[in-house]
Design a binder for this molecule. Structure first.
Ligand SMILES: Cc1ncc(COP(=O)(O)O)c(C=O)c1O
Length: 389
């Protein structure tokens, strides 16, 4: 006899959610999740294996995690006036920040389209979430942001710098104005620099140079995009008072000894990861140039390891045999191209239905030169130029 337990105890809003779906990518050219496509060469893999073999997994994480904290502070040049806290990926840190600020009626605000976990985490932890649309060019809509902040007085404003999925950096002057506005009522702005290794700017420099102006700022980073997505190491940097408060909600052993050892190893070989990031940035330029030529696409400028591109329905809908009008054409076309690439073993992300500003948009992670060539060829095959009349 099969037994079905009662889930009565689970919150109604949790029943209504779907679990985060991770696509099975086995055998695919994987360009969907902003991972570093490069693995370590075999001698380094062996050396890492040797290091991990010496880790005492019978003990709770302790001293080595403190070593990692120190190593990351040195690596990121955090300085003596700021403190650092580790998380099991930035995803966990977003949850801990929300948890720490979840006073009754508290609110989280972020520009949209943006990283989905800001809304997801707020909802899970019972905070109100407010999304403010970006401008059509994906720059911050300052009147809308300032009005929403004035109205909702969010405890936390998340700004991804660069943003996901639009891949751009927002105007520093605009960000400074938002920080001033949020600081005035003692809220906090989280500068999420998940894509910093590929970016030309970092807010950390301003936090060091202008500590007073940035006292209400928490910087968040991750080692995921630079090559350790599997090891789940994120960190926040802020005034020690912020870190002291956040430490109270951090599960004591949130970072595994194996992950910490792996990250320490990576920092000792930071030249290898830096060289890989440089290759990715060079490939980003090549991919942008190739995709911008004659495919009927808009490719947006990127400061991250992903490219956002928009298919133009008026050019391509007839080719794809897509019927309909308005946003539906763009969505059908995006899923036609996404499906066509998948059928050829290439996995990217269809973001067309994620937000009205992304109609007809696809996001691709920058891969190795071979992967990018395969992607360009497959895409060009799907988007054959319309015949001249
Ligand atoms: C803006 C942004 N922040 C944070 C994350 C999560 O990173 P982690 O792997 O450290 O949880 C992502 C992942 O895609 C992201 O795009």
């Amino acid at each position: 006899m099969s037994l079905t337990p009662s889930l009565q105890a689970i919150r109604d809003d949790i029943h209504a959610l779907s679990a985060y779906a991770v696509q099975d990518a086995k055998g695919f050219i994987k360009l969907d999740a902003m991972e570093n496509p490069y693995t370590l060469e075999s001698a380094l893999r062996q050396a890492l294996g040797d290091r991990l073999a010496l880790v005492d997994v019978n003990r709770y994480p302790a001293a080595r995690v403190q070593d990692l904290k120190r190593a990351l502070k040195a690596h990121a040049q955090v300085g003596d006036d700021l403190e650092l806290m580790l998380g099991n990926g930035s995803d966990e840190l977003i949850g801990l920040l929300d948890l720490a600020c979840a006073k009754p009626g508290a609110c989280v605000l972020a520009p949209e389209p943006g990283f989905v976990m800001y809304a997801m985490s707020a909802k899970l932890l019972g905070l109100k979430y407010v999304g403010v649309p970006l401008q059509a060019d994906f720059e911050l809509d300052m009147p809308a942001m300032q009005a929403a902040i004035e109205l909702h007085r969010p405890a936390i404003v998340y700004l991804a710098y660069p943003n996901n999925p639009t891949a751009n950096l927002w105007s520093p002057t605009s960000i400074e104005a938002l920080i001033a506005q949020v600081s005035a009522y003692q809220g906090v702005v989280v500068m999420d620099e998940a894509y910093q290794p590929f970016s030309s700017d970092t807010w950390l420099e301003r936090m060091r140079a202008q500590p007073l102006k940035n006292a209400q700022v928490i910087l968040m980073r991750t080692l995921s995009k630079v090559g350790l997505a599997g090891a789940r190491i994120g960190y926040v940097v802020a005034h020690p008072a912020w870190i002291g408060a956040l430490e109270k909600v951090r599960p004591p052993y949130n970072v595994s000894v194996l992950n910490a050892e792996c990250a320490l190893f990576a920092l000792e070989h930071e030249d290898v990861f830096k060289a890989q990031a440089e290759l990715i940035v060079a490939e980003r330029a090549r991919l942008t140039a190739s995709l911008s030529q004659g495919l009927g696409l808009t490719v947006y400028a990127s400061s991250a390891n992903m490219l956002l591109m928009r298919l133009h329905p008026e050019v391509w809908a007839p080719l794809a045999g897509v019927l309909g009008a308005g946003p539906e054409v763009a969505h059908s076309l995006a899923s036609h191209v996404f499906g066509g690439l998948k059928a050829q073993g290439i996995l990217i992300k269809n973001v067309s239905t994620m937000h009205p500003l992304l109609e007809g948009c696809l996001r691709v992670t920058v891969g190795t030169p071979q992967e990018n060539d395969a992607f360009i060829a497959a895409l060009a095959g799907l988007l054959k130029p319309p015949k001249a009349h």
